[in-house]
Design a binder for this molecule. Structure first.
Ligand SMILES: C[S@@+](CC[C@H](N)C(=O)[O-])C[C@H]1O[C@@H](n2cnc3c(N)ncnc32)[C@H](O)[C@@H]1O
Length: 221
């Protein structure tokens, strides 16, 4: 369910409905094998002190906080259109004494978040956005990278077998609806990334979960 009556600024909240955002961290923990895919994404991102890194669609901030803990002297920005999710993220970071720049905005606004980034990461965001925003967001993120920068994506992408497709349908698609999620299940994210970076998209890591398969991609600029 999209929040806002204005189509230009509408977005799907973290758990599909605004009133469920407070439960998002628990749901991800118990339904997505979170420790496995977040650890794999962090290893793939390999953050270093001194780097400038943005987490697009950062939600409640769990991954941005992990990145900052791994590289305390990196500049970390968290970008999300949902003020409620950003408030939860800021509270979690403050409780850990962690300094992250939380910014309000959409994936298509990535370049507005400051100078070119060494690395851009996004997790579980693209399956929730319209096809036009998947394309515009990917292009904006790619454009906001330094010339030798890297884009790291973890999301429900192509659901390549019947079991994963069924589980994705019964869980994520029930919460987030079909319109924005089905293109991901059909492989559109892979197509858009290939259009943007041809052969510079790394082979994906796939984590099978009870909510469908989560795929990790690394794309060189
Ligand atoms: C399922 S949550 C994922 C949150 C976080 N990245 C994580 O790994 O837990 C998806 C997030 O994407 C945000 N979002 C929705 N539409 C967006 C858009 N067009 N651009 C950027 N973020 C968006 C939502 O507000 C939500 O916080």
């Amino acid at each position: 369910m999209k929040v806002s009556k204005n189509r230009d600024v509408a977005f799907t909240p973290a758990l599909g409905r605004a009133e469920l955002t407070g439960l998002y961290d628990l749901a991800v923990k118990f339904l997505t094998r979170e420790h496995i895919w977040r650890a794999a994404l962090l290893a793939q991102l390999a953050p270093h002190d001194g780097e400038s890194i943005i987490d697009v669609g950062c939600g409640t901030g769990t991954f941005a906080i992990l990145v900052k803990k791994a590289a305390p002297k990196a500049r970390i920005v968290g970008l999300d259109p949902d003020p409620k999710a950003l408030a939860l993220a800021a509270t979690k970071a403050a409780a850990d004494g962690i300094d992250i720049e939380w910014r309000h905005g959409f994936a298509r606004d990535t370049a507005d978040a400051g100078a070119a980034f060494d690395k851009i990461v996004t997790s579980l965001m693209f399956h929730q956005v319209p096809l036009s925003e998947k394309r515009a967001g990917l292009e904006a993120m790619f454009g906001a990278l330094r010339p030798d920068g890297e884009l790291h994506v973890a999301d429900y992408a192509h659901q390549s077998d019947q079991t994963m497709r069924r589980l994705f349908r019964l869980t994520v698609q029930c919460l987030d609806g079909l319109e924005d999620t089905q293109p991901n299940a059909d492989g559109v994210l892979e197509d858009l990334m290939s259009e943007l970076a041809e052969n510079r998209v790394s082979p994906r890591t796939v984590v099978r979960t009870i909510t469908g398969a989560i795929s990790l991609f690394r794309i060189e600029k």
